[in-house]
Design a protein around this ligand. Structure first.
Ligand SMILES: Nc1ncnc2c1ncn2[C@@H]1O[C@H](COP(=O)(O)OP(=O)(O)O)[C@@H](O)[C@H]1O
Ligand SMILES: [Mg+2]
Length: 275
């Protein structure tokens, strides 16, 4: 029933080229004492240039899902297809950005961004041009020679985004990338990412537990249930104008936010009843 509903919702969307699809994905972590079903029969699709959000409560399996899509973890059953081909391990076609910045502390901003290009064997002059392009895109022009420890959290995350984008992945996978930032910086970074998405048309799959973040950024939002994580619903978001902090108080924004809150509240009530 739920999957039927999802399919019909998807068909209403503009049929762009299918980039990523997750089919009947289940993940069970086998332990000595007991096993944990983290994901159960998850289905989702991301089309080219779409900005897709997955929102769900802590522990519902979001990180497990994105790690399987990224090829860092194996599914128990089901599959992940990128442009129709099954994913079996990590690859440059999927760029990942996590909450931790994972920058090399001994390398300058520029060298951090150039690192992947250097590994690919791109000549120095070409790679510095490319790095510069992406540093400008994330608003870091002028900070090229600084070291990560000299940067704020938001700036470190800008470096991480530039470094991932300059490898020109087919899909950008983001796991709560702004979760460690203060509220104000978080909104600044959300505006930056909305702007990058608009300008570069990068396909983005972004995972969060933050409903505001999901509605502010997404073209579509998959809402997950608590563990074992399943897809409860998928919503299309259309807001007037560019996405920025002003969007947070639009009636259209609040209406979608309310319906997701209701869904997640129903979830936590069910959880309370179980206890
Ligand atoms: N390597 C692992 N071994 C066993 N259980 C795990 C492992 N990784 C995650 N889990 C469990 O799977 C569930 C989902 O975790 P996770 O994907 O991190 O959720 P989220 O990112 O939504 O907070 C949790 O109950 C977690 O404890
Ligand atoms: Mg997580």
């Amino acid at each position: 029933m739920e999957n039927k509903q999802q399919e019909s919702l998807l068909q209403q969307n503009k049929p762009g080229e299918l980039m990523l699809s997750v089919k009947n994905l289940t993940k069970v972590f086998e332990g000595k004492e007991q096993s944990v079903t983290a994901l159960e029969n998850v289905n989702l699709e991301v089309r080219r240039s779409e900005f897709v959000m997955i929102v769900g409560p802590s522990g519902c399996g979001k990180t497990t899902l994105i790690n399987i899509i990224g090829g860092l973890e194996k599914a128990t059953s089901g599959e992940v297809l990128l442009e129709g081909s099954p994913v079996s391990g990590p690859g440059a076609d999927r760029g990942m950005v996590f909450q931790g910045y994972s920058l090399f502390p001994w390398l300058t901003v520029r060298k951090n961004v150039e690192f992947g290009l250097k590994m690919k064997g791109m000549p120095a002059s070409e790679r510095s041009g490319k790095a510069q392009e992406y540093l400008e895109l994330v608003g870091l022009a002028g900070f090229e020679n600084m070291l990560p420890r000299q940067l704020s959290g938001g700036m470190k995350q800008r470096v991480a985004i530039a470094r991932t984008l300059c490898n020109e992945p087919e899909v950008l996978l983001m796991d709560e990338p702004f979760g460690a930032l203060d509220a104000q910086t978080r909104v600044v970074m959300q505006e930056l990412l909305a702007d990058i998405s608009r300008r570069t048309r990068t396909t983005i799959l972004f995972i969060t537990h933050d409903i505001d973040e999901a509605v502010l950024l997404g073209n579509r939002i998959y809402v997950m249930s608590r563990r074992p994580g399943t897809i409860r619903d998928v919503l299309r978001v259309s807001l007037p104008g560019e996405r920025n902090h002003n969007s947070l108080v639009l009636p259209e924004f609040l209406e979608i936010k309310k319906s997701i809150m209701d869904m997640l509240w129903a979830e936590s009530n069910d959880a309370a009843m179980d206890r």
